[in-house]
Design a protein around this ligand. Structure first.
Ligand code: ATP
Length: 340
């Protein structure tokens, strides 16, 4: 792979706080790459260091093989789209998009041609003469994107760009943003704390935890083969089984997690389907339309935990699944689905 961004032993301290903890990371050319993690895990700091707004305490940033650690933001072939897109209210949409080209002294005709092309890319060609105040939130976000794309950077950094949008619009923009990225072929580095968003859009995802990257993988790998309990818990939902209970019930030394859809539930007299079997009692059943979640209490007294088994609903099994509360059941799963 051709590397667009390489971070080498990148470190950033703010006083006592280690925001970025000796990070090594390669992002490929043309990739839609997401940095996913909880608030405070260091994603934005990494992005700001790549953009040049922040100096690392130590370590190195390379863009297309060139060390830019000490380069000013404008000397780097990158552009940033922020959540608060900060459009100029007194300028038209086209003038907002042209702004960067004007600063670079690009001629009027060329400016206009490129701005209109960028507005077409973000599917807003007919809005060129409006003011930002005459646009919806989603449309303003597109203008901000056009304003970055017009500079034709080789890398676009996006810091929670969809964070201000309502959920429905956000979902629509996720699909479009991914399509736009494919069309323009620019490397996108996208910061989000929304795991579903990252799974929807990314070629690869880095999961951040306390200034470190726990795993870098494709969405499918991340979901199906999480490298740690933290990743399993942060990406999708997971059952966590504590160390002692794990030892008592399944002979497994430490704590582990297992996804609800990997847990099979069998009634008394029905054969379990997994290698690991655990008895329990159904304490609640939650109907979710296409699937049902059964909450099963496992273990006794203070050690008891509730595990969720998820089943896809079919008409024939639904009535039975919903009437299970209070039933003794056996949970089972394959060893391969346990994450330490
Ligand atoms: P969020 O999703 O909330 O934006 P994040 O993962 O992007 O979080 P960062 O903003 O990179 O996290 O912050 C990482 C850590 O560094 C946090 O503990 C934060 O408080 C600290 N930090 C960030 N910027 C500064 C600063 N300018 N001065 C002091 N501490 C900072």
């Amino acid at each position: 792979m051709s590397v667009a961004i390489r971070l080498v032993q990148l470190r950033k301290e703010f006083g006592e706080v280690v925001a970025v903890d000796d990070l090594d990371l390669d992002i490929a050319d043309g990739e839609f790459f997401s940095m996913l993690g909880p608030s405070g895990s260091g994603k934005t700091t990494v992005l700001r260091i790549v953009a040049g707004f922040e100096r690392p305490t130590s370590g190195r940033v390379e863009l297309h093989g060139t060390d830019v650690t000490r380069a000013a933001p404008f000397e780097r072939d990158v552009n940033t789209v922020f959540q608060d897109y900060a459009l100029f209210p007194h300028l038209s949409v086209r003038e907002n998009v042209e702004y960067g080209l004007r600063v670079k002294k690009v001629g009027r005709a060329e400016r206009r041609r490129r701005a209109d092309e960028a507005l077409e890319t973000v599917r807003l060609p007919s809005f060129a003469d409006r003011r930002p105040s005459q646009l919806s939130g989603g449309q303003r976000q597109r203008v901000a994107l056009a304003r970055a794309l017009v500079n034709r950077p080789s890398v676009l950094l996006l810091d929670e760009p969809l964070g201000a949008l309502d959920l429905k619009l956000r979902r629509e923009m996720q699909i479009e943003l991914k399509q736009i990225q494919r069309e323009v072929g620019i490397t996108f580095v996208f910061v989000t704390h929304d795991q579903e968003e990252a799974l929807t859009m990314s070629d690869r995802i880095a999961v951040f935890n306390q200034g470190r990257v726990e795993q870098v993988a494709t969405p499918v790998e991340l979901y199906e083969r999480p490298a740690s309990r933290f990743v399993a818990g942060f990406v999708g939902t997971s059952n966590l089984v504590t160390g002692r209970l794990a030892h008592d019930l399944v002979g497994h030394e430490g704590a582990f997690s297992v996804r609800p859809e990997k847990v099979h539930l069998s009634a008394e007299g029905e054969a379990p389907r997994g290698e690991v079997t655990v008895p329990g009692v159904v304490v609640d059943v939650v109907y979710l339309g296409s699937a049902t979640h059964s909450l099963v209490e496992v273990g006794d007294g203070a050690d008891a935990v509730r595990l969720t088994a998820m089943q896809q609903n079919s008409e024939s099994s639904l009535d039975h699944a919903l009437s299970r509360r209070g039933e003794r059941v056996t949970l089972s799963w394959q060893r391969a689905h346990m994450v330490d």
